[in-house]
Design a protein around this ligand. Structure first.
Ligand code: ADP
Ligand code: MG
Length: 219
């Protein structure tokens, strides 16, 4: 374990995040697809796993030099491979984060919070879903708010990421009773209630993967 926590995310941490995200998505793909079969078209797990696999390959083949390049490369891989509504939305999340951070070698909590807020704003602008519409925004928005609050409170990065992951998980679970107002699930109307939203579930995995990757960093 590191003797001191420098409170930053390096490019290596972000690579570890994407690798961890791919591992978790691969492990959960069948469950994500089962969730999508209840209120969508049974492809979310396969869609997202295709994307995270492509991100992993791209980062391994061409390791980026800075955080902005890494987020951009990941976003481009997601846009071009995921398909479905979630592909362009996850792509937007990463591409907007990339624009926010620019060619920096590392991020502190405030930089990450700004980037995540910009990414989620991009998702909202593109998909027009607000919190409560039963989409990935229900997990992403609380995570962005938790990160911003942690940054304002001057909290260490590991603690900030844990809080963001907990907020995303609560937001994910809160989608269960909701009636979907965006995406395919909205075609079901009231029948979309009493189901966990697949995109909110993968979004909570995304945030948890970052918290885990950073807290388990060695050195
Ligand atoms: P598709 O719905 O095209 O089959 P996926 O199954 O991969 O795409 O992803 C479905 C998920 O995408 C949903 O569970 C929801 O979280 C998210 N989603 C769909 N439409 C929107 C939207 N307009 N805004 C935000 N998220 C959305
Ligand atoms: Mg689907």
């Amino acid at each position: 374990m590191a003797g001191s926590d420098d409170g930053r995310l390096t490019v290596d941490d972000l690579v570890a995040w994407m690798f961890r995200f791919d591992e978790r998505i691969a492990a959960e793909a069948d469950r994500l697809t089962a969730l999508d079969s209840a209120i969508g078209d049974a492809d979310h797990g396969t869609n997202i796993a295709r994307g995270t696999g492509a991100v992993r390959k791209r980062l391994a083949d061409a390791p980026p030099d800075d955080a902005g390049a890494l987020l951009k490369s990941s976003g481009m891989a997601l846009v071009s491979t995921v398909g479905g509504a979630s592909g362009s939305l996850y792509g937007t999340l990463f591409l907007e984060m990339a624009k926010s951070v620019g060619p920096t070698p590392e991020l502190d909590t405030a930089g990450l919070a700004d980037a995540f807020r910009a990414g989620v704003a991009g998702v909202v602008a593109r998909g027009r879903a607000e919190p409560g519409d039963k989409t990935m925004v229900d997990a992403l928005q609380p995570a962005a708010e938790a990160l911003s609050a942690a940054a304002e409170g001057g909290r260490p990065i590991v603690e900030s990421l844990r809080e963001a992951a907990a907020a995303a998980a609560l937001g994910r679970d809160a989608t269960i009773p909701l009636v979907a107002r965006k995406g395919r699930a909205s075609y079901l109307g009231e029948r979309s209630a009493d189901h966990l939203d697949p995109g909110a579930t993968s979004a909570a995995i995304l945030v948890q993967a970052l918290a885990d990757a950073r807290s388990e960093r060695i050195g």
